[in-house]
Design a protein. Structure first.
Lengths: 503, 406
């Protein structure tokens, strides 16, 4: 059908599988020219109901059964059915091969946008960014979830849905506190997992000997007790789920396994929360760049570009703080603007840029962007690359909200004195501790009443929400004994205490 | 090269079990919502899904989160007039001041998590409410009932349906048919001077004809047919004198609904006739039946008379299946109960397939005049019971269900 003069791949909105293949091929070629390194793609075309399904299982193709996913599903379905919310055009999973879902209702230009965005943008981010490389095992996650689903299903059969649900509820409440932030976890493998789990049970079973029960207990003399009374754990432990899995005095083996599953899941999602701006910015930047080069090469026509640009503009819109539709900073807008800005600084720097970013001006923008993508997370990315020009463009300003003051105070605006402060504060806003409180296990009274002591390291008198007591109840259910949480603030010591005993 | 896969034909209901779990978990709250819907929905309309709500705080999943309060800084876009050092009045809490988690604030105002129950889910909760046993649920739950009718034989089917005589008959026919020309040939060879080799080869060939072959097999064939269409009329009789409170009427409504659901599963077409009575009876529409307050005495007889009149007028027993359901608090005076019981057993019951009387008395301690009179009736088509609570509604209809599902 293609004449020699006319290199346009297709016209109009209709798509078929052959066309998808052709677009994917062209986009892939251009992506390669730009040096994008990706996992192989697995593009799956699905219907809108299936998209709703995919939403509910938190973006994984498979997950274990739990009521909260049902809630999520109902919520999305209702919102969609009433027209309050559209569906995402795509969903992409950090796996190897990288699975991307395309909705069947999308037009051809939208499918191309999605392929460029997800299959080359997000995909290369998943493969390149250090957090994803260290914290997730893209090649194993799908297998692991199959294992998890099966394991939890079997637990339900054996121990009853109610007990499994109770355990899962408790684990989900603590999910944000199931991540090792400071050391790299071991890679996932469903097979090993199964094997290991089996071996542990086997070992316990083999070691069991009823005769030990009959031995008289050794009498402890005073000296002995004194020696043993050390504080445990020696270092505060921030991975609550890990600690529970290893040391809970009451959990049964299958419950420990469930704690472990949720912990692994938490760890898998951990990088996504830290790279929202970068990840979306990167993908948006690349769909914009890739599709524009397609247009430059005459592969797509004007109509195609109009549709793309219209959708693109909606995605990167940033309403101001006083706009009724404002709900915080749009990660797509900020991320896209920063990626573009880095390219601009490399290609056409002005004096301001030379002063602020001496090490990247006049460098090859592809290398600079690639380096940024690989080695930063939102917090550091903003601290490093947010330019005064963007602060002006976004009209960013910082306000201080002190609970004792009766007014908010404008701390800094987009002017010479304010740039650094705005940048510092915005970067801090993406620190995980702002959203997920810093809570650590400081003491396990393993020689005493077996209670657990947690410490909330409070920052600048920011309290926890009322939910906290509920979470503590869940925690004590898993732990089996009393759980205490101290609220600790630098310079003030322990200022508050909450105690919860298991029901 | 990317792999492109069409998944559109895959299972679309991956979350059905998660949804069921959610509903199971919040059954108590949902039952309350369903009860509200039942109260203001028409009987004929009952077997639909419905929108229900659960308080948002009940379904939220707790997490450790940093709340409002303390000191913090926030960066926002879109500054137009502010400059460093400006002071801004604090917005009322919950307003757009915005913490780090800007999203989700808009939803705080909405205090109910609303969603739509499917027809099945709704009916299940409704039945739960009435403590309906599983068997009865199945009768009601099936939207269409089918019967299987035999329809000859078919060459394919499951082993359980194998018809041995038919298959062997076929096998025999095939063997005869295949053998005949060979036998003839054999006879010719034997008569003429066929070589021994040829004869042996031919005999072998005859032997090789299988005793039973796959295409001999015949299976009993059954076809699914919807049950024959028929029609029924359901008379709802209710005492609406002042002593019937709203709560009693609500119970009555559940009872009528259950009977209606049962009938509408069984019959293609069900008509409802509402007769209310105080000291005299009148036919009304459903809304008036359940909601119009009336005052006056109680003459049960008047309702029965009206029912007979309508029967003779519009519903000939030869063309309609007739069901009756009467609800009363049991108050009746003078000779009315006795005469009503007579009237019922003589003139109505012979024409009815089933007549149920439900009494909702103020207390269970004493027998009411009407119950005393009705309890004399001996007829298999008649059932009566006292209902104090929702759970009591079903037992009244139990006999009916048992009879029909047996």
């Amino acid at each position: 059908m293609r004449s020699l003069k006319d290199s346009v791949l297709s016209r109009g909105g209709d798509w078929d599988f052959e066309l998808l293949q052709r677009y994917d091929k062209e986009i892939g070629i251009i992506a390669k020219e730009f040096g994008l390194d990706t996992y192989p793609n697995q593009i799956e075309v699905i219907a809108s109901e299936q998209m709703l399904d995919a939403y509910a299982s938190v973006g994984l193709p498979i997950s274990y059964a739990h009521w909260s996913y049902g809630k999520e599903f109902i919520q999305n379905e209702e919102a969609y059915r009433r027209g309050q919310r559209g569906l995402a055009y795509e969903l992409v999973i950090n796996s190897d091969p990288c699975i991307a879902y395309l909705m069947e209702d999308n037009s051809m230009p939208m499918q191309a946008l999605v392929i460029a965005h997800a299959c080359y943008g997000h995909n290369s981010f998943f493969k390149g960014n250090y957090l994803f490389r260290q914290w997730t095992s893209a090649d194993a996650i799908v297998d692991y979830m199959v294992f998890a689903r099966k394991y939890i299903f079997e637990c339900e059969q054996r121990y009853g849905e109610d007990r499994v649900e109770e355990t899962l509820d408790a684990c989900h409440a603590l999910m944000d506190h199931g991540v090792d932030r400071f050391h790299r976890p071991s890679p996932l493998s469903a097979e090993d997992e199964l094997q290991r789990q089996h071996e542990r049970e086997e070992h316990a079973w083999k070691q069991y000997d009823d005769i030990w029960r009959t031995l008289p207990h050794k009498r402890d003399d005073g000296a002995n007790v004194k020696k043993k009374k050390r504080i445990f754990p020696p270092e505060p432990q921030e991975n609550l789920l890990y600690f529970i899995e290893k040391y809970s005095p009451t959990l049964e083996p299958w419950q420990r396994e469930i704690v472990r599953i949720v912990r692994k899941l938490a760890q898998y999602f951990y990088p996504q929360g830290l790279t929202k701006v970068m990840n979306e910015g990167w993908a948006t930047f690349w769909h914009y760049t890739l599709l524009n080069s397609m247009y430059d090469r005459g592969l797509v026509d004007d109509g195609f570009m109009f549709e793309i640009l219209q959708s693109h503009t909606n995605v990167v819109m940033q309403p101001g703080f006083d706009h009724p539709g404002y709900s915080g900073i749009n990660p797509y807008a900020l991320g896209f603007a920063m990626m573009r800005d880095i390219r601009r600084i490399c290609e056409e720097p002005d004096d301001e840029d030379r002063e602020w970013f001496p090490d990247i001006v006049d460098k090859d923008w592809r290398d600079v962007l690639d380096f940024a993508m690989r080695n930063y997370k939102d917090e550091s990315f903003i601290a490093q690359y947010l330019s005064p020009k963007l602060i002006r463009e976004f009209h960013l300003f910082a306000i201080a909200d002190a609970h004792k003051a009766d007014h908010l105070r404008v701390e800094a605006i987009h002017n010479e004195e304010g740039y650094r402060e705005v940048r510092r504060l915005l970067s801090k806003q993406y620190n995980r501790d702002v959203l997920v409180p810093d809570i650590q296990i400081v003491r396990y009274e393993h020689m005493g009443d077996r209670s657990l002591v947690l410490r909330y390291n409070r920052l600048r008198e920011r309290p926890l929400t009322d939910d906290a007591t509920e979470v503590l109840k869940h925690l004590s259910r898993l732990w089996g004994f009393k759980v205490t949480m101290e609220v600790f603030e630098e310079g003030k010591g322990v200022v508050d205490k909450t105690e919860v005993s298991p029901a | 090269m990317s792999m492109i896969i069409d998944r559109r034909l895959n299972d679309r209901n991956k979350n059905a079990s998660n949804r069921q779990r959610f509903i199971r978990r919040y059954k108590a709250q949902l039952r309350r919502s369903v009860a509200d819907i039942v109260a203001d929905r028409s009987i004929t309309d009952m077997s639909r899904g419905g929108e229900v709500g659960i308080p948002v705080k009940d379904i939220s999943e707790p997490k450790f989160r940093v709340g409002r309060g303390g000191d913090r800084e926030m960066v926002h876009p879109g500054n137009k007039e502010f400059t460093t050092g400006d002071r801004i009045a604090k917005p009322p809490s919950g307003g757009g001041g915005g913490s780090g988690s800007g999203e989700g604030q808009g939803e705080e105002g909405q205090d109910n998590f609303m969603f739509t129950l499917s027809k099945e889910e709704f009916m299940n909760l409704f039945f739960d409410d009435l403590e309906l046993p599983r068997l009865a649920r199945n009768v009601l739950g099936d939207s269409k009932q089918f019967t299987y009718r035999r329809a000859g034989y078919t060459p394919s089917g499951v082993p359980a349906n194998l018809s041995v005589p038919r298959s062997l008959q076929n096998a025999m026919a095939r063997r005869i048919a295949l053998r005949a020309p060979l036998n003839r040939e054999l006879a010719e060879l034997k008569a003429g001077a066929g070589s021994a080799e040829d004869i042996a080869a031919l005999e072998k060939r005859i032997e090789r004809i299988p005793f039973l072959d796959e295409y001999d097999l015949r299976f009993r064939h059954r076809v699914k047919e919807p049950k024959p269409i028929s029609r029924a009329v359901m008379f709802c009789l209710m005492d609406v004198s002042a002593s019937m409170s709203e709560q009693k009427k609500d119970l009555a409504k559940r009872f009528f609904t259950l009977l209606y659901l049962f009938l509408s599963r069984k019959y293609e077409h069900v008509e409802l006739v509402f007769i209310r009575h105080t000291s005299n009876a009148e036919e009304v529409d459903e809304h008036a039946f359940f909601h119009d307050p009336q005052t006056g005495g109680t003459v049960v007889m008047s309702a029965l008379n009206l029912m007979i009149e309508i029967l003779e007028d519009r519903y000939s027993p030869s063309q309609w299946n007739i069901y009756g359901a009467q609800v009363s608090d049991g108050d009746a005076f003078g000779s009315d109960p006795q005469r009503s019981a007579m009237r019922l057993s003589k003139d109505i019951l012979p024409q009815c397939r089933y007549f149920a009387y439900v009494e909702i008395p103020d207390s269970t301690s004493s027998i009411t005049p009407l119950a005393a009179a009705y309890s004399q009736i001996r007829d298999t088509a008649f059932a009566m019971s006292t209902v104090m609570d929702r759970g009591d509604v079903y037992p009244v209809l139990r006999e009916l269900f048992q009879k029909e599902t047996a």
